[in-house]
Design a protein around this ligand. Structure first.
Ligand code: MN
Length: 436
């Protein structure tokens, strides 16, 4: 059920940020570069300035983490742990609720509302930044339809899924340095490409630049080097989720990926949505994982439902066009391995995980063409063009294309929205003069 707020814009049944959600962001006031980056929580069409509210004493930072609300990222708050996360959420729900203030024994309720009102910033007056500092970025490959489709194209239908795929959540260590927030321009990458039939590669801008629709799990608690964690422990370590676009150059990937996996094909940029939707907000949308094709090893078995029912949509808008065309619609539930299983597996070798680690799920494709989360799959390797409203066709991304990913969990009379993960492709930057 929708939890009503005294902030009216939060009570719209299709608005992304009702009181049930309270996603975490980092923002600055647009046009005021001196104002700095501040922690915020989305409510209706506003952002609650957490730093400003903490200065009034209406909310308190977690004990032992007194600077957490003055930081320009959520990492110091995440370090306070799940009890502090829950206490913060509960306090905000009391302060913002239309109903609960009479039950709140603390302080002066009218004075609290005045303080909250003074700390609200319209989203239209804010610029959103990276919500957390990415410690390291790992990308998985946990979508069974995506892995089957790409494997069929790269290796043939008889070798679609590698022999390890149904046993291991496959991943690679990506780059944290180029994880960027929604709206950051992305330049077409240069790289080594080997045209079909050629004997040697060329160095050129990618001709098969692509998207990957994923979600990102934000790790909020560290693990100890040498010590594997269980799936249940891994689940408690996840602070929340963002939408993630793992930009991918398919021609660079096809030439470079054996034997160590993707490298430069995936290093250009990874775009995330600016709002961390917390695990707590998604709790009503937990669902069991899929039926297993083969029994998993005991360390990877899930003790409870750890997937989520989250609708996902991708749209593409060409340069100069007003019209965005929805090109894919899918659901988080299509993942074969949950983020908790991925995180458990990541620690299985004794690999230490840190606060702010980001785990990409892998491309989330569904069973049909209209459910595929990459252009590679939708156009089937460029063979079947995608028809956009307005008459243009696409096989892969053109310069000027804007891609917008959105997601939401549909509740009874409310939505938990993720905001948007947007990026526009800019032309490749002229390379240096190689002789100098
Ligand atoms: Mn990926």
């Amino acid at each position: 059920m929708l939890e009503p707020s005294w902030i009216e814009s939060a009570n719209d049944p299709v608005a992304p940020f009702p009181l049930n959600n309270l996603p975490h962001c980092v923002f600055s006031r647009t046009g005021d570069p001196g104002a700095g980056w501040r922690l915020g929580v989305g409510i209706g069409d506003s952002i609650l300035d957490i730093g400003a509210l903490a200065e009034t004493g209406v909310i308190a930072p977690p004990a032992g983490h007194e600077d957490a609300f003055r930081a320009p990222s959520w990492n110091p708050f995440m370090a306070a742990g799940p009890e502090a996360w829950a206490a913060f959420r509960n306090r905000l729900q009391v302060l913002l609720s239309a109903d609960r203030r009479s039950q709140d024994g603390e302080g002066d309720a009218d004075g609290d509302r005045d303080a909250v009102g003074r700390a609200l910033v319209p989203q239209s007056a804010a610029t959103l930044h990276m919500p957390f500092t990415v410690a390291e970025y790992t990308d998985f490959y946990a979508g069974i339809h995506h892995a089957s489709n790409v494997g069929t194209m790269f290796r043939g239908p008889e070798n679609a899924l590698p022999p390890n795929w149904l046993h291991i959540p496959i991943g690679y260590n990506g780059r944290a340095s180029t994880v960027v927030v929604s709206g950051t321009p992305v330049h077409r990458p240069w790289g080594q490409l080997k045209p079909r039939g050629a004997d040697v590669p060329v160095f050129a801008p990618s001709r098969r630049f692509d998207i990957e629709l994923e979600m990102g799990a934000v790790v909020g608690l560290p693990s100890v080097m040498g010590q594997p964690v269980s799936v249940a422990e891994a689940d408690r370590m996840i602070f929340g989720y963002v939408i993630l676009n793992d930009w991918s150059a398919r021609d660079i990937q096809a030439w470079e990926y054996q034997p160590l996996g993707p490298f430069q094909a995936k290093a250009t940029a990874t775009t995330i949505s600016p709002w961390i939707v917390t695990q707590a907000a998604l709790a009503p949308f937990r669902v069991p994982g899929p039926r297993r094709e083969t029994e998993l090893l005991p360390y990877l078995r899930e003790p409870g439902p750890m997937s989520h029912d989250i609708e996902l949509d991708v749209s593409l808008r060409p340069s100069g066009s007003e019209t965005a065309t929805s090109i894919a619609r899918t659901n988080f539930q299509e993942l074969y391995y949950s983020p908790a299983q991925q995180l458990c597996h990541h620690t299985s070798s004794g690999c230490r995980m840190n606060i702010g680690d980001l785990l990409g799920t892998g491309t989330i494709s569904g069973p049909e063409r209209k459910n595929c989360g990459s252009l590679l799959e939708i156009s089937w390797g460029g063979k079947n063009p995608i028809h956009l409203q307005g008459g243009e066709e696409r096989r892969f991304l053109e310069d000027g294309d804007s891609v917008v990913m959105t997601g939401w969990a549909q509740g009874d009379g409310y939505r938990i929205g993720f905001g948007t993960c947007e990026g526009t492709v800019h032309p490749a930057i002229d390379p240096p003069d190689w002789a100098t």
